[in-house]
Design a protein around this ligand. Sequence first.
Ligand SMILES: Cc1cc2nc3c(=O)[nH]c(=O)nc-3n(C[C@H](O)[C@H](O)[C@H](O)COP(=O)(O)O)c2cc1C
Length: 206
Amino acid sequence: MATVKLAVIYYSSTGANYQMAQWAAEGAKAAGADVRLVKIKEIAPQEAIDANPAWKKHVEAAKDVPVASLDDLEWADSYIFSVPTRYGNVPSQVQQFFDTTGGLWFQGKLANKVVSAMTSAMNPHGGQEATIQGLYKTMFHWGAIVAAPGYTDPILYSAGGNPYGTSTTVDQEGNIKDNVKDAVIHQAKRTVTVAGWVKAGAQADK
Ligand SMILES: Cc1cc2nc3c(=O)[nH]c(=O)nc-3n(C[C@H](O)[C@H](O)[C@H](O)COP(=O)(O)O)c2cc1C
């Protein structure tokens, strides 16, 4: 079967989604994928970053991670997104990135990508499912194929049992509070597996 090219695309202010993205990249590589780990560009004013020590620290820690580009979207067969919850919604940085994808969408280049998404929030019921649905809503418009985890492995129950995509709670500093690493790895492997099926089917159909 042809190797799946997977882009793990994240946005993070204080590091939680960077950590989840790293676990996803690890899981996808273990599943045989060719992986790019990229961050969505920071567009917040420098004063806002400087006013929050945890945010400032994370920006410095992730300074060498490449910034996500339209080329990453075109290159990959499959995407995993990981973004924080903002008032039950997708962060503006992520929405801004999505708003640059019109040209690719118009050319049909975002159709049939196999995708899944993850998030974090401060509260157990702080809007995690709404954020993931917000991400998937854009991807439905792309014509992407959502490979949500559902309840496809018992590991999901001990990670909070979110069938939309792995989610966790975090503290003020962005430390992950739940036991989600194995669920992230399972989600990444599942996304790669489904992407492999779709890629093989598309190639067989040519
Ligand atoms: C503007 C803003 C809005 C937020 N909205 C919510 C929210 O609706 N529910 C919640 O539980 N946490 C909320 N949070 C907390 C973030 O979700 C949390 O800081 C984030 O998941 C940390 O991820 P990161 O370390 O990757 O940046 C909010 C944080 C900010 C700065």
